[in-house]
Design a protein around this ligand. Structure first.
Ligand code: SF4
Length: 64
């Protein structure tokens, strides 16, 4: 699901410590930086909400 990043999302993500990137996911293998489920990680890695205009949430995300 693609979500537009607006000031409210930025504020709430900061306030509640929202985790959503591969780096915070239980399925992420940090070496060699790949998804254990074989999903493409590029849209979900190292997302900076301060500059991102949209956010593509991964349906497979599980907090690691
Ligand atoms: S399941 Fe999704 S969020 Fe988790 S590592 Fe794979 S691509 Fe990234």
């Amino acid at each position: 699901m693609i979500t537009r990043v607006d000031p409210r999302l930025r504020r709430e993500a900061e306030e509640f410590g929202l985790k959503f990137t591969c780096e915070s996911c239980a399925h992420f293998d940090p070496e060699p930086r790949r998804c254990a489920n074989g999903y493409p990680t590029a849209p979900h890695c190292a997302v900076d909400l301060a500059v991102a205009e949209t956010l593509l949430f991964c349906k497979g995300f599980e907090l690691g």
